[in-house]
Structure formats: structure tokens, C-alpha cells
Design a protein around this ligand. Structure first.
Ligand code: PEP
Ligand code: MN
Length: 272
């Protein structure tokens, strides 16, 4: 195989800032970056409350889906452009960068001028047209692993983005489909260990989609940190049972605070 841009042999480990000039930036690759918020943006009041609390407990980046890839076309599809406006407003009020999913290349012009980071969802990891388009941008991209993608397919998807010139790629392990169906997906922490050993991209873990069960989120988060990931993306809400999507895997902001405190302790331990 040809030498890849993402190979450790091709250069230094990739580190970059997340956040535009009007928010508090955070550097991925330096410390564990914590990204959290609801699965979907629901309304401005809820989003404002969540964002304020997340900032207070020390979360670095806000997440929220405005364009939602739902399995059923009859389920809530997201607030679209209005959702992006809400994210932008509350994130600026709290000086917190935000990430949101871009599902279609035609939506880039609606989202990119506002968002601090774009997410390519699991279902779009194989959308090479979209990968090439985000490769032309200068904003960081979270590239989620396709739910049935091998590690090499996922790495090559990242290579598509780098090849176009955008090196700001964060790999996100979010679980894969296996014969196991107790959990929503099987969180493959092997992939994190491989990426940290052989490739120069930062990698984060999504224990929410990786398990589908909120009671497993803290344990799998700590396991991911121990594996050496560069951060976590976790679904949280002020009232998880009422979350409009992915309620079962969403944790309270209080549970997140507790987890975040443990992560900081672990981080200190690992750095010593
Ligand atoms: C999400 O982040 O809410 C989401 C839809 O994730 P995934 O693409 O990993 O399923
Ligand atoms: Mn979700």
C-alpha cells in the first residue's frame, strides 16, 4: 500500500485548536477534550440551559444535532438551519465552541460559517463526495467510524479528507455492529490503541452510541481514557428521559460532572 498522510512516518502527531476567535479554544492532542450536549437540538431554552451547565462543569465543546440522520423517516429529523442558529447563539453566550453534524455536501454553506467543528456521522463515513468537500475546508472535522467499517476503511476515509488539504481530522470510535445485541453497538477500543500506535491523528471515543445504555457510559468513558484516547463525545441533557432522540443513552449533566472529575484525576495519573 502507498504511504499514507496519516502514517506516523509521514510527520508529527497532528494537534490543532478547536474554536473560532470568539470562544474559548481547546487544543486536541494536548489534553483530554470533553465534548458533550444532547443528541438533537430541541429548542433554544433547553439548549441554553444545557450549554450554561456544561460550561460550568468544565466541558470544552458543545455538541448538538441540527440535521439528524434518523433510521426512520417518521422520526424527528432535526431543526435544520434553525438548530444551527440556536447552537451558534448559545455557544457564543457561553464562549464555548460547538460541533454539529453535516449530512450532505449541500448543507456545508449553511453550517460551516457558524460551526467550530463539523461531524461526519457513522452513516456518511463512506460518502466520498462529502469527505472530499470537507477536505477543502479549514475547520476541524470529527470523522465517526462507519457502523460496519473495518479499521482500514475508516482510516482511508480520513485519508480522503487529508488528501484535499484539511489535516484537522479527529477520528471517533462510536462502536460497530457485531453479533452482540445487548448493547446498541460494540465499542471497539482496540481501534483506539491501533490509531495511537500507528497513526498521527487524534482519536476520541463516543461511549453513548458505543453502548446505547446510559448506565454503561461512565465505565466505558474511563476505559477509553485508560486506552489513551484524546477525548470523549458524550450525549448529555438536563432531563435525559425527555430527550427527543437517544434518550436511553443520554446521561444527566450531574452524572457528567461526576465523570469529568474522575477523568481529570485519571489524566493527572497518566501524565505522571
Ligand atoms: C450522533 O452523534 O447523534 C449520531 C447520529 O452519531 P452516529 O453517526 O455515530 O450514529
Ligand atoms: Mn445520538
Amino acid at each position: 500500500m502507498t504511504k499514507l498522510l496519516i502514517d506516523k512516518a509521514s510527520g508529527k502527531d497532528i494537534k490543532f485548536d478547536i474554536g473560532r476567535d470568539d470562544v474559548d479554544k481547546v487544543t486536541i492532542g494536548d489534553k483530554k477534550v470533553m465534548i458533550s450536549g444532547p443528541c438533537s437540538v430541541e429548542d433554544i431554552d433547553t439548549m441554553r440551559l444545557i450549554c450554561k451547565r456544561l460550561k460550568e462543569i468544565g466541558i470544552h465543546v458543545l455538541r448538538g444535532g441540527a440535521f439528524k440522520p434518523r433510521t426512520s423517516p417518521y422520526d424527528f429529523q432535526g431543526l435544520g438551519e434553525e438548530g444551527v442558529r440556536i447552537l451558534h447563539k448559545v455557544s457564543r453566550e457561553n464562549k464555548m465552541p460547538f460541533v454539529t453534524e453535516v449530512m450532505d455536501a449541500r448543507h456545508i454553506e449553511l453550517i460551516e460559517p457558524y460551526a467550530d467543528m463539523l461531524q461526519i456521522g457513522s452513516r456518511n463515513m463512506y460518502n466520498y463526495t462529502l469527505l472530499k468537500e470537507v477536505g477543502k475546508l479549514n475547520v476541524p472535522i470529527i470523522l465517526k467510524r462507519g457502523m460496519s467499517a473495518t479499521l482500514s476503511e475508516w482510516l482511508l476515509a480520513a485519508e480522503y479528507i487529508l488528501k484535499e488539504g484539511n489535516e484537522k481530522v479527529i477520528m471517533c470510535e462510536r462502536g460497530i455492529r457485531t453479533f452482540e445485541n445487548y448493547t446498541r453497538n460494540t465499542l471497539d477500543l482496540n481501534s483506539v490503541a491501533v490509531i495511537k500506535t500507528k497513526y498521527r491523528l487524534p482519536v476520541i471515543v463516543d461511549p453513548s452510541h458505543g453502548t446505547g445504555l446510559r448506565e454503561l457510559v461512565p465505565t466505558m468513558s474511563l476505559s477509553a481514557i485508560a486506552t489513551g484516547c484524546d477525548g470523549l463525545i458524550i450525549e448529555s441533557h438536563i432531563n435525559p428521559d425527555n430527550a427527543i432522540s437517544d434518550a436511553r443513552q443520554t446521561i444527566t449533566v450531574e452524572a457528567l460532572k461526576n465523570l469529568n472529575d474522575k477523568i481529570k484525576l485519571m489524566e493527572n495519573l497518566l501524565n505522571n
